[in-house]
Design a protein around this ligand. Structure first.
Ligand code: PMP
Length: 359
């Protein structure tokens, strides 16, 4: 058996040592005589695990004590609805930044619950740039401002945290959470699905400031009510325990790597060399404004037509998998999350240069 370098956008590659640890623990987790998948979520072992993963996440992100940390299910897309349900707090409007496919989906869902004010819109530049914040149309009466710090499909990433003048800032960090240190205190709410930088799909993390919970719309189902989930320790029903376990392994792995500052240095280096290889070539192209190029998702096209399929096949034969771009934008996309070793990026660059020479 040989593992490939897997550039999938999500569910994404995981560190090999974590997979081996999970394999070793599968039949007997921590001396319990059973796997973590076979254990009641209210057992003392699982309650201890919950505390452990919350503490490790709090330590990694230096989450202030007046924030709840929730481990929920139903994916990041479910939060597109849960956020207005929980955060409107009697208000009728919310601001949204339209910078790509995922923010578009969040807007579509929010419109069921409130008037959406589009504060900035990158549609005209095909989601390759972000207007300066002094050109945004922010509404002082908005319940919150929602944005997507990293648009996974177009590879467009904010290089700053928007100052929303006291209106709570809500961020969909599905594809860049834990990729660099973060000042959580600048946010009202942060959410992220697990399947990119955390572990297998099935869990969504919500980090929410205390004062924003407790005023959900009356029709909000209990499971979708942040206050109810906070009260129940994210166990208002049976949680996706295997995803929780893997998140725990990942948080420990990140701490072993030296934490988020250390992983950010590696991430910057990986992305910089890949973008440099693209920019120096005459075959490959990335059209995103340089300042907003994603550190996690690097889309590129081949300027010479008719080569895409050959590129993907030869890459796969060279042990480089899942490089096909999203159907909305075509071309290629290399997702290089925390778990992608630098050697994987080096191998991709080497392959791309060889492919260019041969074609
Ligand atoms: N937001 C972003 C930025 C994403 O990249 C994704 C998944 N690719 C989602 C939301 C949706 O996540 P899920 O499939 O868990 O609902």
């Amino acid at each position: 058996m040989s593992r490939i370098y897997n550039f999938s956008p999500g569910p994404a590659t995981l560190p090999e040592d974590l997979l081996k640890q999970a394999q070793a623990e599968l039949l007997d987790w921590r001396g319990t005589g059973c796997s973590v998948m076979e254990m009641g979520h209210r057992t003392s072992e699982m309650i201890a695990l919950t505390k452990e993963i919350e503490n490790d996440l709090r330590e990694l992100l230096t989450i202030p004590s007046h924030y709840h940390v929730l481990f929920l299910s139903a994916g990041a897309s479910a939060q597109f609805a849960f956020i207005p349900m929980n955060l409107l707090r009697g208000k009728r409007t919310a601001d949204y930044c339209l910078t790509g496919h995922w923010s578009q989906k969040a807007i579509y869902e929010a419109r069921r619950y409130c008037d959406v004010n589009i504060a900035t819109d990158s549609t005209d530049n095909l989601f390759t740039n972000i207007a300066p914040i002094n050109e945004w149309r922010l509404n002082r009466d908005a319940a919150y401002v929602h944005y997507t710090p990293n648009e996974t499909i177009a590879g467009l990433e904010f290089n700053y945290i928007p100052d929303t003048q006291g209106v709570p800032l809500v961020a969909d960090m599905s594809s860049n959470i834990l990729s660099q240190p973060l000042d959580v205190s600048k946010f009202g709410l942060i959410y992220a699905c697990a399947q990119k930088n955390i572990g297998p799909a099935g869990m969504t993390i919500v980090i929410v400031r205390d004062d924003l919970v407790g005023q959900a719309l009356p029709e909000t189902p209990t499971l979708f009510d942040y206050a109810a989930q906070a009260k129940e320790g994210s166990m208002a029903n049976t949680p996706p325990t295997l995803s929780w376990y893997f998140a725990g392994l990942m948080f420990k792995w990140l701490k072993q790597q030296g934490g988020l500052a250390a992983i950010a240095t590696i991430n910057q280096r990986k992305a910089a060399k890949l973008y440099a290889a693209i920019d120096q070539s005459s075959l490959y192209q990335n059209s995103v404004a340089t300042a907003y190029r994603s550190i996690m998702n690097v889309p590129f096209v081949l300027k010479k037509p008719g080569l895409d399929e050959q590129f993907l096949q030869e890459a796969r034969a060279a042990g480089l998998g899942y490089l096909k771009g999203h159907k909305l934008v075509g071309g290629m996309r290399a997702s290089i999350y925390n778990s992608m070793p630098e050697a994987g990026v080096d191998a991709l660059i080497e392959f791309m240069q060889r492919f260019e020479e041969n074609n």
